[in-house]
Design a protein around this ligand. Structure first.
Ligand SMILES: [Zn+2]
Length: 305
């Protein structure tokens, strides 16, 4: 079996495993940058189209279409693959050799080759982060099927967290497929069993839904978005209902620390909303890799095990 040969080779030479994972992480991170930038715009484009279709059906005058609308419709639609990568400032196409993750940014000293305006530091940072967390996944899980599944979730979570920071949105087109994937994986018992995954997904959604409405009734404000419910449902599906308490605890703790830090440093005013998605994503990811270890050490600390 070739597959077994590959696994035993990677087990024998962990450096091979980590370096190839880091390389794959850099390339995936480069793709995540595109996804993070374009997915919210593609969604907005779709909303506009749906709205204009709805308005067109609702209107009784069929003939008079304003020219501005035609123009908007004739504009080429933005996709994930097209148009190709280009400079945000001058629109110059980026050559493949200027598009190598991290390396190109360093060689170009963070500036566009055509117009010399700065390329955001965030691009190489997302690439580096993706490489680092990918290595953490295989370091923890080894060259296994579980690691492969965990990598897919990890990459999805990076995209979700950054998109949430940018736009306060957690796109269904990312959360829902990952949720289904978690349920399917439970059939093979990869991280948990279906008897824990199915109630986990439902309870994850329901828990934050309840918090959302309790908060709304108590304060008249909306404390989080519906995407947050789906994100916790996703973790319930992947890790089972048993993991939910830990994820909520970890994410609230991280959120409180960062929130207090931001308010204390004057970068954030009290009462101003902070997206919850990134904290949920980090907490869920920690639970994915170290959840059992955290529970064990907590039980030992409490004298229960
Ligand atoms: Zn440029």
């Amino acid at each position: 079996m070739m597959q077994n040969d590959l696994v035993s080779l990677l087990e024998q030479f962990p450096i091979l495993l980590y370096s190839s994972t880091a390389l794959i992480g850099l390339v995936v991170g480069s793709f995540l940058n595109v996804l993070i930038l374009r997915l919210p715009r593609i969604m907005e484009q779709q909303w506009r189209e749906e709205c204009s279709e709805l308005l067109a059906t609702a209107s009784t005058a069929p003939a008079a279409t304003p020219p501005a609308e035609t123009k908007e419709r004739d504009k080429p639609l933005l996709g994930l693959a097209r148009p190709g990568s280009h400079c945000w400032a001058c629109g110059a196409a980026i050559k493949p050799w200027d598009n190598i993750p991290v390396l190109s940014w360093l060689l170009l000293r963070g500036r566009c080759r055509a117009c010399t305006r700065p390329i955001p530091l965030r691009y190489p940072l997302v690439e580096l982060l993706t490489a680092l967390v990918s290595v953490a996944v295989v370091w923890q899980l080894g060259p296994t099927f579980a690691a492969l599944a965990a990598l897919i979730l990890t990459w999805g979570l990076i995209a979700l967290a950054v998109i949430d920071l940018d736009t306060q949105l957690l796109p269904d087109s990312l959360t829902l497929p990952l949720l289904w994937l978690g349920l399917l994986l439970s059939l093979g018992g990869t991280f948990t069993e279906p008897t824990a995954a199915i109630p986990g997904a439902a309870a994850g959604y329901l828990l934050l839904w309840l918090v959302f409405h309790a908060f709304r009734i108590a304060t008249g404000k909306q404390g989080m978005g519906h995407g947050d419910f789906k994100l916790l449902a996703l973790f319930g599906a992947w890790l089972g209902w048993q993991a939910l308490a830990q994820i909520i605890l970890l994410s609230s703790l991280a959120g409180a620390i960062v929130g207090i830090g931001l308010i204390a440093s004057g970068r954030q005013q009290a009462g101003q909303p902070i997206p919850y998605g990134p904290f949920l994503a980090i907490a869920g990811w920690i639970s994915l890799l170290w959840g059992n270890a955290i529970t064990q050490s907590y039980l030992q600390w409490a004298g229960l095990a």
